[in-house]
Structure formats: C-alpha cells, structure tokens
Design a protein around this ligand. Structure first.
Ligand SMILES: Cc1cc2nc3c(=O)[nH]c(=O)nc-3n(C[C@H](O)[C@H](O)[C@H](O)COP(=O)(O)OP(=O)(O)OC[C@H]3O[C@@H](n4cnc5c(N)ncnc54)[C@H](O)[C@@H]3O)c2cc1C
Ligand SMILES: *[C@@H]1O[C@H](CO)[C@@H](O)[C@H](O)[C@H]1NC(C)=O
Ligand SMILES: *[C@@H]1O[C@H](CO)[C@@H](O)[C@H](O)[C@H]1NC(C)=O
Length: 551
C-alpha cells in the first residue's frame, strides 16, 4: 500500500476541507459509561455557588461524556485527527463559558474537583495540547467569548480569546478600510492560542508579531481573580505575550493596537518547478538574499513542495512557490523585484491589486477573489474540519549554501511527502530586542522554516511514517539551522523537542524545550510562573515549570 500524503499550507488554509467527509466513517470515541453524570452534577453545583448565573442556564453549557452533544462539541474545534483516535484520553467535562465570571468559577471548581484545565480558544494547536491531557481533565472551551470591539478613533480593539483571526480582521474592516492587524494568515485560528503563542503573519516585516501590538489583556489567575494589565503587573503581562497562555491562567481578552494599511495592496503567487533548467539552487539563493532584506512592506513566503516531475517520467522534484503581500501598488513592487530578485521574473500581470481585506481572503485561498468571495467568508469557523498532520519548526541564521540546498532538495524529493514553508524575517523583526517579549527569535534570523505534512490514512502506521519522515528531514537540516539552542516557534507546537512529566525532574525537562522556544527568556518565564502559580495547577505537556526549591 502506498501512503498518500497531501501537502497543504501551499495555496490555501482550506486544504483540509476536502476530506471532511472522512469523519463520517471515523471511529467513535470510547466513552466511559456513567463516568460523567456524577462529576457533572457536582461541578454544576460548584458553579452555581461560584457564579451568579441561574442553574438551568449553567446546565446548558456543561457537557459530560454521556451527553449526546459531547462528541460534537469536542470535535468541532479539534483540528488534528492524529489526536482524535479512540485511545486518546477524553475530557470528563467540557464547559463553554458565556461570560468572565464563568471562567473564574471554572478555575475554582476545577481545582476543588482535582481536574486539570485545558483551555481551548480556536483548537489549532498542532499537537492537540488544548484538548488532550494524561491527567483527568476538563476543556474550558472559549468559543462563545468571541466579541471583537473596535475603537477606530483610538486605533485599538478588545478581542475576546474565542474570536478567530478572521473575525478580528472582519470587525476591523467593518469600521475602517485603512486599518488592519498583524496576525496569522489562516482565518480560523483562535486569538487566544495565537496571540499568547506569539502570532505572526504577512505584515511581520513591517509591524512585528501580534504580541508586539498588544497593549492590555484580561486573565483569570489560579485563585480565580480577573486581572488586567495594571492588576496583573508587567511581569505577567510580559509572559502571556508569547510565553503561552496555558502556563499562567486563562486569558479572556487581549487589547490590540490597530496598524495602518494602505487602501490598495498587492498580492502575487509565482510558481517555479525546479526542472526547467532554471537553477533551483540559484533561485532559492536569491530568495534568501532578498526576502529578509528587502523593503519592510514586502513579505515573500517561499513554499517548497516535493512533486512528481512533468518532464522526466516518475522523477520526484521540488516545486517552489513565492507567495507575497506588498503594502503598496503593483508597479512599485514589480520595479523593486526586477532589480533585487530578477530570477523571480515578476510582471505586473502576475500581481493582483486589492483592498487589504481582500488580500486576507486571497491568502486564505488564492482562488477566493476570482470566485468572488466576500469578507463574510472570514466569519466561517469551518467546524469539524480536522486532518492528520505534523508540523515542526527551525530558524535559519546564515544563508544555506548551494551544496546544502542541493542536499535538502534531494532529501525532500526522496522522502516525497514533507513540504517546507520559509517565512522571511528582517525589517521590524530585527529592530525589537530579543527580550522585549518571551519570543526570542529576532535579530540575526533570516527566516523561519516550517515543516509541513498532512495525510488522510487513519492508521497508526501512516502517522508513524509521516512523523518519522519529518524527523528525518529535521535531521538533514541540522547543519543549516540555529544551534545551542536549536530554536523553535511555540505556536508551531512540536512535542518531539521535549515534554514534561511534572515529576521531580520537571525543571530540567522544561529547560529542554523551554530554551528552544524561548532561549534566554526561559529563566524569566520560570520566575514569573513560580510567582503566579507556585503549585503548578496550570500545567501541560510543554508548560513552563516552576523553579525547584533548594533541598
Ligand atoms: C491551519 C493553521 C494555520 C496557522 N497559521 C498560523 C500563522 O499564520 N501564524 C502563526 O503564528 N501561527 C499559525 N498557526 C499556529 C497557531 O498560531 C497556533 O496553533 C495557535 O496556538 C492556535 O491558537 P488557537 O486558539 O486556535 O489554539 P488552541 O489549540 O485553542 O490553543 C493553543 C494553546 O494555547 C492555549 N490557550 C488557548 N487559549 C487560551 C487562553 N484563552 N488562555 C490561556 N491559554 C490558552 C491552549 O491551552 C494551548 O496550549 C496556524 C495553525 C493552523 C492549524
Ligand atoms: C507571470 O506573467 C507572465 C506574463 O507577464 C506569464 O507568462 C506567467 O505565466 C505569469 N506567471 C504566473 C505564475 O502567473
Ligand atoms: C535542460 O538542460 C539539459 C542539458 O543541460 C537538456 O538536456 C534538457 O532538455 C533541458 N531541459 C529543459 C526542460 O529545458
């Protein structure tokens, strides 16, 4: 049997939708009979004592495994099918708060019921950390808290964590055609995990990460208090802008600073197959030089995908696609790239000029504008559209030499399933100091690498093969990427780089993945964690550990 990989993240975030039908035949969850109702009743009672909401209202938003809606609620926002198989432990409860006080009550009641909390905002965690736990747990599913309040006059917005990025962009667009927000390019991603994980998108060279544009936040801490920037203090406010929310409490909202966007922007996608006697290595070498150094208004993502040759029968080769946003007109970007990136051969015909919101649609799906999609598309959460996937990340700090590129292409073609997305840095990213937020990968990084593979065979053999292939390519990349520590991006969650069992060795375990995600900022995160949650109630596979007490 040949395994069929499907590389997404290429032209569309919606690639996953095409096999939504698989869920129909997918095995149902092993639900422990009768485990739920007792806990549910007791948790419900606790909530009535710790919120002001009527008991009947609360009962509509608590789900245990015996509820007929339980599987639907669980699956709606679970995005990685690899973690939806029957043997993956399921939550005892799912609670879907409607207001802040419900979140406060949930923290208090989870503790008295000895339940771990998994907070889920959009459910896009690549390793399912927002809906899986080895310990008895509940999901605090934040999707009902999705209000986005835009204040154009003061150029800011309050974004509740359950909002998707698509909603954020849409609500800004409703009020202003010349404002935007620098965040991810897939509209269904949740604001909660995205912003607390750093958050980057196609305006990062001009405006930095999402977290560089956050000015306030609300969080429920381990004692159930609702805090804002002033009452939480600058340390905790620093930590939740890139250190991951889940180690510190439950974030309810972020206040973001809007950024100006021109009325007209330009997008283009240019494809080259590396078999047309255009030297593939020269093309990528030129991209490496230009993409991280060019005009800040230009973001040129490079996608590399193994494909079957159209020229030589049966031969595997690599296809490159440059996908770009320019915060300006087509004539200007064509003239910039004619000079700086002649091998791209960009012409005005290759460019589409659009409003910023239309560029958001285009990045989600390059066919969207041709199809006449409207901004309302951005409000679609695409529920229940999980696929089997694996992602990893790396940082390149020195241009990969020619022979290195050749070796990489060869491995990609041989493996035949793992794609790469190179996201250039530079611009604003190089101007912000590495300790301004927990996210450390700033100056000196040319680009971030994402490893990407999706598949649709549900067997464990398939999962094994594709995750192993990703590891093999990761190993090929070793000489060309950052080292000591080898950097990784928290929002591209990857459990291969270390997990925590929260035993006596917890701090040392945490240091392994913590220094990769946060470099020297790991220490400050540990201190803040130790301060705000000394008993480590808010823990997960890759949480920030508390500082060990001297014995
Ligand atoms: C299709 C797709 C496209 C993506 N594109 C981009 C991109 O362009 N740019 C980018 O930077 N990243 C991107 N990512 C990665 C994405 O930013 C992260 O997966 C992010 O964590 C998702 O946020 P979420 O709320 O949807 O995830 P969730 O799975 O809900 O949460 C992720 C983590 O954050 C924690 N968390 C969530 N909400 C809260 C909260 N309110 N309080 C405390 N902790 C919380 C969870 O417990 C979990 O640990 C993409 C992911 C996918 C699947
Ligand atoms: C770019 O435009 C040229 C004509 O100017 C055309 O030949 C080429 O196919 C276009 N490339 C893409 C990817 O659209
Ligand atoms: C590429 O060049 C080789 C010789 O160097 C030639 O045999 C081949 O036909 C060329 N292929 C294309 C697609 O031009």
């Amino acid at each position: 049997m040949t395994l069929n990989a499907k590389i997404t993240m290429t032209k569309s975030c919606l690639g996953n939708l095409s096999y939504a039908f698989l869920l129909l035949t997918f095995s149902t969850f092993a639900v422990a009979e009768n485990a739920g109702p007792a806990i549910r009743a007791s948790f419900h009672k606790c909530l009535t004592q710790n919120t002001k909401t009527a008991s009947e209202e609360l009962s509509k938003i608590i789900f245990d495994q015996s509820n007929s809606n339980f599987n639907t609620v669980f699956q709606n926002l679970a995005r990685n099918k690899r973690y939806m198989i029957s043997k993956t432990p399921k939550p005892l409860l799912i609670f879907t708060p409607l207001e802040e006080s419900h979140v406060q009550g949930a923290v208090i009641c989870a503790k008295t019921h000895k339940l771990q909390i998994r907070v889920r905002s959009g459910g896009h965690d690549y390793e399912g950390v927002s809906y899986i736990s080895k310990e008895p747990f509940m999901i605090l599913d934040m999707f009902n808290l999705h209000t986005v309040t835009v204040d154009v006059k003061n150029e800011k917005a309050v974004v509740q964590v359950g909002a998707t990025l698509g909603e954020v962009y849409y609500r800004i667009w409703e009020k202003s055609k010349v404002h935007g927000f620098p965040a991810g390019v897939c509209p269904t991603v949740g604001a909660g995990g995205h912003i607390s994980g750093g958050g980057y998108g196609n305006m990062l060279r001009k405006y930095g990460l999402s977290v560089d544009n956050v000015i306030d936040a609300q969080i429920v801490d381990v004692t159930g208090n609702l805090l804002n920037r002033k009452s939480m203090g600058e340390d905790l406010f620093w930590a939740i802008r890139g250190g991951g929310g889940a180690s510190f409490g439950v974030i309810v909202s972020f206040t973001i600073k809007l950024v100006p966007v021109p009325e007209k922007v330009t997008v283009f996608s240019v494809e080259k197959t590396l078999e047309t006697n255009l030297s593939e290595t020269e093309f990528v070498e030129q991209w490496q030089q230009v993409a991280p150094t060019t005009d800040d208004r230009l973001f040129m993502r490079l996608l590399l995908q193994p494909v079957t040759s159209k020229v030589v029968k049966g031969m595997k080769t690599v296809k490159t696609t440059v996908m770009a946003l320019f915060l300006g007109g087509a004539d200007e970007v064509v003239s910039i790239l004619k000079k700086e990136f002649p091998l791209l051969g960009l012409t005005k015909e290759n460019c589409t000029e659009a409003s910023w919101i239309d560029s958001v649609l285009w990045w989600n799906n390059v066919e969207s504008l041709k199809k006449g999609e409207k901004p309302e598309t951005l409000l679609n959460r695409n529920l229940n559209s999980a696929s089997f996937l694996k992602r990893k990340s790396d940082y390149v700090q020195k241009a990969i030499p020619k022979d290195g590129l050749e070796e990489i292409f060869k491995s990609m073609a041989e493996l035949g399933d793992i794609g790469f997305v190179f996201n250039p840095y530079g611009g604003k990213m190089g101007e912000i100091s590495s300790d301004a937020t927990p996210f450390p990968h700033r100056k000196g990084n040319l680009f971030k690498v994402q490893y990407s593979v999706n598949w649709n065979d549900p067997t464990t053999e398939a999962a094994q093969k594709f995750t192993n292939d990703a590891k093999r390519l990761y190993s090929v990349m070793t000489p060309y990427v950052s080292k000591n520590p080898r950097g990784a991006f928290l929002a591209y969650r990857d459990l291969d780089i270390g997990v925590n069992n929260f035993g006596s060795n917890s701090f040392e375990e945490g240091k392994v993945y913590g220094t990769k995600y946060f470099n020297a900022n790991f220490d400050r995160l540990v201190d803040i964690k130790t301060n705000v949650d000394p008993d480590n109630f808010f823990r997960n596979d890759q949480g920030i550990p508390v500082r060990p007490t001297k014995s």
